[in-house]
Design a binder for this molecule. Structure first.
Ligand code: KG4
Ligand code: ZN
Length: 327
């Protein structure tokens, strides 16, 4: 079957066409440039941008997939969590398509969709439960026990800032622009990962990033005052920051594996694009990992369509009462 996936939970307007779990097209327009000068996403700007481009993104997604709208069998859309004004655009767009085409509608949880991204373009047989799910993004840091995509138990999360949010906030202080995650990742050098001794809070599978964020801010102020903040020092500080954050995530995952005895870990979300996190995850011997491919790590319509297809196969449907939910 052909599935259309609609994703508008943050600043990306993304629409994908899948044939079952094979991605035929995945088109994303982002309003990121408009937010850069504010150092973060401005919800009103994001929702207006979705409205402006969503129909054009749909047309390109269909063209690239080489099919007509009438061929679509299922409409999947992210309905939670995210920016409410942004979600409303995608949910209503999907409802309108479902109504006009007389095709079923399915609302998808964005975080679960991130966990589905490693299964795109794979044979369905590869989806084996249970697994430990890690979602690390700009809005979330969560570790789950996944017995099925509709049977998920939370094992731990960040008690304060989300992981990507911390990369972005640290980057703002150090003048790296927004989003800073990819910039810090590019500057990272493994040999400097322990040059500065920073700490991340962790208890079991729960994490805390506010302490390391504050330590980085103080370090910046201290070095700036003494005029010692040159490029090399910056690289050393940020490498130590990235190294510490990644090790904390690995340790929290280790706890989840020990606690549950489940030795398969599936990872999704924007921070999974981080090269050192990917490297360290792949190095683990106590559990196997399946990572979201880079092209589907950040927010995208393909993961939404993929999970929609999976849930539809299990008999799930949404009615036109489907509502956007911020949390
Ligand atoms: O999943 P995503 O696209 O959006 C949310 O659902 O939040 O994740 C965006 C987040 C941003 O905070 C961004 O800085 C972070 O992912 N990110 C990275 C990298 N690429 C994106 N963080 C660390 N290293 C990266 N390479
Ligand atoms: Zn996301």
């Amino acid at each position: 079957m052909f599935i259309l996936g609609v994703e508008t939970s943050c600043d990306e307007t993304s629409i994908a066409v899948l044939r079952n779990t094979d991605v035929l097209s995945n088109i994303t327009a982002t309003s990121l440039k408009k937010h850069k000068k504010y150092g973060g996403i401005i919800p009103e700007i994001a929702s207006r941008a979705h409205l402006k481009v969503i129909d054009k993104v749909l047309i390109i997604a269909l063209q690239e997939a080489g099919i007509n709208l009438s061929k679509i069998d299922l409409i999947a859309t992210t309905y939670r969590p995210g920016l409410i004004g942004s979600l409303v655009v995608g949910v209503n767009f999907a409802k309108a398509l479902s109504f006009a085409l007389d095709k079923p509608l399915i609302g998808v949880d964005h975080l679960k969709a991130h966990l589905f991204s490693p299964f795109l373009n794979q044979k369905k047989a590869k989806i084996k439960f249970p697994f430990i799910g890690l979602v690390v993004s700009g809005g979330h840091t969560e570790i789950y026990r996944v017995d099925d995509f509709d049977k998920i138990t939370i094992l731990g999360s960040s008690l304060d800032d989300a992981c990507g949010e911390v990369f972005d906030k640290v980057g703002r202080v150090y003048g790296l622009g927004y989003p800073a995650g990819p910039v810090i990742d590019k500057l990272f050098k493994e040999k400097y990962k322990n040059t500065f001794s920073f700490k991340c809070g962790r208890r079991g599978c729960n994490l805390s990033f506010s302490g390391i964020k504050t330590a980085l801010v103080y370090k910046y102020q201290e070095l700036k005052k003494e005029n010692l903040l040159n490029k090399k020092t910056l690289i050393k500080i940020l490498s130590s920051f990235q190294g510490t954050v990644v090790e904390a995530i690995i340790a929290a995952l280790g706890e989840a594996v020990n606690k549950t005895g489940i030795k398969r870990v599936i990872c999704g979300g924007g921070v999974v694009a981080n090269s050192y996190l990917r490297y360290r995850l792949r190095q683990q011997s106590s559990f196997s990992v399946l990572l979201s491919p880079l092209e589907y790590a950040l927010d995208n319509g393909a993961m939404v369509a993929g999970l929609g297809y999976y849930l539809y196969g299990k008999g799930k449907r949404s009615s036109f009462k489907l509502k956007a939910e911020a949390n």
